[in-house]
Write a protein that binds this ligand. Structure first.
Ligand code: GLN
Length: 200
């Protein structure tokens, strides 16, 4: 299986390293022919507005949407989650996303005072807890009926989903690529990609 990391902006290198540690030989994706050669895609953390604009500039925006529609397994972390969401709150004017995930995300949801923090989470897909790093992270405000919530964070007394899955699409508000714990990458490769390629 050939895995690509969208390499327009953001923490590409960290995802490449995480995927290598999981035993794959990932490639960077900046061109349509690279996109067409992969069986799974990771969209890194960074800045969702910039990544969307660069995807447009590089002629990748529509081709990525098409591949998502044809059930390419995709994992998005943080800005990657925003880019996979069908609906975005606190978006910039004209902000576009690839979409595919039937969720509403709120950008920079945790506010300025705690714009970066770490938290221990129970991750349902792994039935285990993990340390999660949040950096100006979104949270998920609404999920459609086909979306499974895999982890949530309690903020001021309310639980907010921060990891979700819908079939071939996986997204986390946090950054497992910035820790030494690559269980989410493994979960993507072993569980999500398997289902994605079986259906697709
Ligand atoms: N706040 C960023 C955005 O809106 C996401 C931050 C991140 O990826 N660490 O795209």
């Amino acid at each position: 299986m050939k895995v690509g990391v969208l390499a327009l902006q953001g923490d590409v290198r960290e995802h490449i390293y995480a995927l290598q540690t999981c035993g794959t030989e990932p490639i960077t994706v900046r061109r349509v022919d690279e996109l067409n050669s992969i069986d799974a895609l990771v969209i890194p953390g960074g800045e969702s507005t910039t990544m969307a604009l660069l995807a447009e500039t590089f002629g990748l925006f529509k081709p990525i949407q098409k591949r998502i529609e044809s059930r390419l397994p995709v994992y998005g972390s943080c800005a990657g989650m925003i880019l996979l969401a069908n609906r975005v709150l606190d978006a910039t004017e004209d902000q576009r996303t690839f979409g595919g995930l039937d969720i509403t995300v709120r950008r920079n949801a945790f506010g300025r005072q705690v714009d970066s923090f770490e938290s221990d989470l129970e991750f349902q897909g792994l039935r285990a807890s993990m340390r999660a790093v949040f950096i100006r992270a979104p949270w998920v405000e609404e999920v459609g009926p086909e979306v499974e919530v895999l982890a949530a964070v309690n903020f001021h007394g309310t639980d907010h989903p921060v990891a979700v899955r819908q079939g071939n699409l996986l997204a986390t508000s946090f950054h497992p690529e910035l820790t030494q714990d690559y269980r989410i990458h493994r979960y993507f490769l072993e569980e999500v990609c398997r289902v994605g390629s079986r259906i697709g």
